[in-house]
Design a protein around this ligand. Sequence first.
Ligand code: SF4
Length: 701
Amino acid sequence: ISDEKKPDKWVFSTCGYCGVGCGLYIGVKDGRAVYTKGNPKHFVNKGTLCPKGLSEHQLINSKERVTTPLIKKDGNLVDASWDEVFKKVSNEFKRIAKESGEKAVGVISTGQLLTEEFYTLGKFVQLGLGTNNYDGNTTLCMASAVTGYKQSLGSDGPVGSYEDFELADTIFLVGANIADNHPILKLHIAKNKKKPNIIVIDPRASKTSQMATTYVPIKPRTDLALYNGLSYIIMEQGWEDEGYVKANTNGYKELKKHLQNYPPQEVSNITGIDVKTLYELARQFGAQDSVLTAWTMGVNQSFMGTDTVSAIINLHLLTGQIGREGAGPFSITGQCNAMGTRESGFTSSLPAYRNFGDEEAIKEYAKIVNVPDEIVPRERGYKYAEIIDAIDRGEIKALWIVATNPLVSFVNQNKLRKTLEKLDLLVVQDAFMSDTAEIADVVFSAATWGEKEGTYTNSERRCNRANKAVEPIGETKSDFDIIVEFSKYFEGVNELLFPKWEKPIDAFNEFKKLSEGQLCDYSGITYELLEEHGGIQWPCNKERPLGTKRLYSSDIAFRTKDKKANLLCVDWFPMAEPVSSEFPAILNTGRTVEQWHTRTKTRSIDILNNLAPEGWVDINPSDAKVLKVKSGERITISSARGKVEDVIVRVTQSVASGSIFVPFHFNTQLVNTLTNESFCPKSGEPNFKQTAIQLHSDEVP
Ligand code: SF4
């Protein structure tokens, strides 16, 4: 860095993009963020960053920022004061609550805020607005892992540690393209001195398959049958850990009987994986000391997502591959603070993983936060997709969207746009002018990463410190400040919920109290310790002052009533939307390393856009031949719900004949126009990965 560009100071922080949670420093010169560099001492990344992390400072001054609150007048969004927008929205929320009930207000949030902000938002929505119809966009990416962990192990919470990638004998990467989506994780695998077997199971030979010792292509959406089939073989061959199963699990006999429906030849027919390979995959669990299974959206984004997670956990429970070094069923999270929203109570639980049905836990929650327990919701309200349905029916009349962009990320876009138009009031709180903000009635202009402080928790339960490096631009406020100030427009609410709250630490301290004694125990964590140690993995308390590397080792019991994990009988079903003569191919969607989600953050960062300027479609050479298209030419893709035109072709062997891949980031090639409304019935997660489609060369649209 030349002297004139040299930052005046470097501010310790954490990347605000993905769930890997890399430590970094933000370089500040003359009050502006001018550089980002990796923190060489941080355990997660040891100084390295991916292209998004390296250019992260640029998003602060992006031309896409919303710099002042906006209000719709005569069909246009115009500048407004904070008082004006808070009055407008609070008056509308109160009117709607009076006329249609408090639950007629819905809230959809994100995995991008800080934990302190999630906790504050959740408290305000649950106890102030009085609606339980709220959810995070995390339901679009990890809800199945959450519900899978809960039904098998008794609680949410990824079990492992990145260190396990360094210690495992065999690493299964299933439905996980970490090379694009969690690139820094590769470093931990590279550090593994055992030269582990790296087995990548995916219908698409993504970049991750290039690092595999064995790549196993599988027919789309047949993974649950595969994991059941592997459990069958493990039992048949006697590769279980009998002692572990007996001491730590329930349901062995029932599972053994159930798996008679999944003999190897049958599973081979379903999955397309030959029987010999099935035995070799199963043998890993029995023969190796330590087996790690890491998964992401390929497993979660399925109409069988929750049960597929449980089928993976079954394998680990049967073989005792859990709770020890290099082993475990490890769900990798997507967003920088997807974990924070899970823990702080903005998705399927109340704060600190308290269950809605647990009266004792609810009373304790009310007592700690000093509110009457009658106002705590006793049941979860609508999940994300159910909120959308309730808007469609006219039951939810106002929607507050925080830092997410459903008009690119949700399924069946044409229908969604019409549904959102039915609202009496759409409020969007965002740092960027997203596609959804463009149609809002009111926009709360939020500060972004680097302009505010708090904590993020990464995929391995590591709570990391994010510091404020620069002042929020224009008339933006941190999400914490927006919520606390907005609460003052509701009589008595600010005094009840946020007495003397001035800074995020006030939320953090209350959340810590709530977490004490829970699995996600933050009680031993302080901001100072986080900076000193480069993050701390919960549970962290007096007994574990430096945190905990992995859950369910001998001194951490499963969170079920009898402290035993559940071996669950789960079943595979054929595709939610089968191919047909009209729509004969299968669309798979995903991401690329250079872009972030719906590109609200990355679309104005030149270096990222130069690397990945638009959406594309991967097509197998044999399909390209039939279609008479070559790489670089453009085609149209259609499904029963709509079509996407002008998509540039990339002919590649990475997808099988009859399958295509399109990234979901781009509003210019809006692939969620095509996707269908099928959801995991337990988690509510959409089945993004399999949509029946037709391809058209652009001469014959
Ligand atoms: Fe940020 Fe994730 Fe890249 Fe690390 S891997 S720099 S956390 S986007």
